[in-house]
Design a protein around this ligand. Structure first.
Ligand code: NDP
Length: 274
């Protein structure tokens, strides 16, 4: 008798747009693992009940997307250090009767920058725009790369200040609003959701030098409005978040399956299918 494949899913609301099933099925094919991976729409008010039902059905793990990353953090009985600091969980594992929570967004961003795009972060001056869940999830991994300084700028200053208070330490992390950003940066990461509406955070062009790299966590089949703005103002290189999406998925796959898939071919394939 052949055993049935291990079950995984991505949970969110909405969920129809998610590329995670495509990505994880490609990973599984590549490393010859038999898994199933589906999208699961979760009722906005039923997160805990719906996840417990999935566990009863024998699901081994779930990726968590908007708006449930904080709920997943609450549910996880055992959290990784990264998830602990991030205050959000995007990867749940169900094993030995316990719920484990991790956050792979930061690893995804850093691997995309440093490995796929060969952009070391050591001693770099980094500007991070936005102070929502995604930014909170990536700051510790950026700090681990020992940049010179990180400035977090946000429309709502108090949220940027909270993150600076939380993360300032081995690397200087400062907060400001968009109008008060001073100087040029080696790397500018757009972690606002402004690009989703084709809007730009109102930041001065003086942040860009001819060596600046811009990174928009959003991705699209065309250049994002933020990356276009950065390029028009002289940035050396502009990267979107598709690689981060696939790298964070690869890290989840590693957590669940103890195998790291090769991401480069899958990034190319997804890019051509956008
Ligand atoms: P949140 O809703 O938690 O935070 C949104 C942030 O964007 C806040 O800082 C908010 O500012 C700011 N913002 C929203 N609209 C504007 C605007 N018009 N002008 C300036 N700032 C604005 O979202 P997330 O942190 O979860 O996601 C942020 C982005 O990152 C999204 O585009 C998402 O798609 C992307 N992302 C990509 C991933 C990937 O793998 N590539 C993974 C995770 C996220 P304020 O605090 O003032 O409201």
């Amino acid at each position: 008798m052949t055993s049935s494949p291990d079950k995984y899913c991505v949970i969110g609301n909405p969920i129809a747009h998610s590329k995670s099933p495509d990505i994880h099925r490609q990973f599984a094919l590549q490393v010859s693992h038999a898994i199933s991976y589906e999208k699961q729409l979760i009722d906005l008010n039923m997160f805990q009940q719906d996840v417990l039902a999935l566990i009863k059905e024998g699901v081994c793990g779930a990726n968590v997307t908007v708006p449930f990353k904080q709920d997943a953090w609450q549910l996880a009985e055992i959290k990784s250090k990264t998830a602990m600091v991030a205050g959000a969980v995007n990867t749940l594992s169900f094993k030995n009767g316990s719920v484990y929570g991790d956050n792979t967004d930061g690893v995804g961003l850093v691997r995309d920058l440093t490995i796929n795009h060969q952009q070391p972060l050591l001693n770099k001056r980094i500007l991070v725009l936005g102070a929502g869940g995604a930014v909170r999830g990536v700051l510790q991994d950026l700090i681990n790369e020992k940049p010179l300084e990180i400035v977090v700028a946000n429309r709502t200053l108090s949220k940027a200040q909270q993150l600076a208070d939380l993360f300032n330490g081995e690397v200087t992390v400062e907060a400001c609003n968009f109008e008060h950003i001073v100087g040029e940066f080696d790397l500018i990461i757009n972690g606002t959701s402004a690009s989703l509406n084709n809007e730009l955070p109102p930041i001065p062009k003086s942040v860009i030098s001819s060596a600046t790299v811009s990174y928009d966590m959003m991705y699209s089949d065309q250049e994002t409005v933020f990356n276009r703005w950065a390029k028009d103002n002289g940035a050396a290189k502009c990267i979107d978040g598709l690689g981060m999406l696939i790298e964070q998925a690869a890290e989840s796959f590693w957590i669940w399956r103890s195998v790291r898939p090769d991401t480069s071919s899958i990034i190319q394939q997804l890019r051509s299918n956008l």
